[in-house]
Design a protein around this ligand. Sequence first.
Ligand SMILES: Cc1cc2nc3c(=O)[nH]c(=O)nc-3n(C[C@H](O)[C@H](O)[C@H](O)COP(=O)(O)O)c2cc1C
Length: 166
Amino acid sequence: MSLVLKRKSIRKYTNKVIEDEKIQELLKAAMQAPSANNQQPWEFIVVDDQALLTKLSEASPGAWMLKNVTKAIVVVMKETEKSPVMAPQDCATATQNILLRATELGLGGVWIGVYPKQERYTYIEAQLKITKGHAFSMIALGYPDADETVTLRYDKSRVHTNHYQE
Ligand SMILES: Cc1cc2nc3c(=O)[nH]c(=O)nc-3n(C[C@H](O)[C@H](O)[C@H](O)COP(=O)(O)O)c2cc1C
């Protein structure tokens, strides 16, 4: 099965710590993402401090799994002059690249939504001392606790030819 069809959100992990080389691979994948005007409006914070991870797990109701991981990546969206309105899409592609590469490396991860929810990004920025740009997303990472089966979602009725049909 192709990589994109294998990916799914993983929220439960074993205790095995992710090797630094694998984190490096995830970051390489992130920076290979397409971006508007190739503006690459991103920075990445690898968080491996347990106290910080626990703090980040309180950023939103959907961030709880961060208190159970040993590593996470926070995508930071930088200010950019080239194509600022496209920056969120650029950071989304980088986030997805991390998740896909994680799947390929036998890791599991989940995208924790941050931007544009102000109360979330201001909280995270305070924890991580981000003074420029905004926290965009957080990715909890670990070795999957169990083999999760993927439900395929392809739905022919959502595909239209030439014109949209109700
Ligand atoms: C923008 C965005 C925000 C998300 N935020 C959260 C979140 O805060 N917590 C969480 O557990 N999952 C989050 N997810 C993961 C979705 O719940 C998940 O992708 C969706 O249910 C489909 O499941 P799948 O990823 O296993 O295919 C988010 C996904 C996206 C794209």
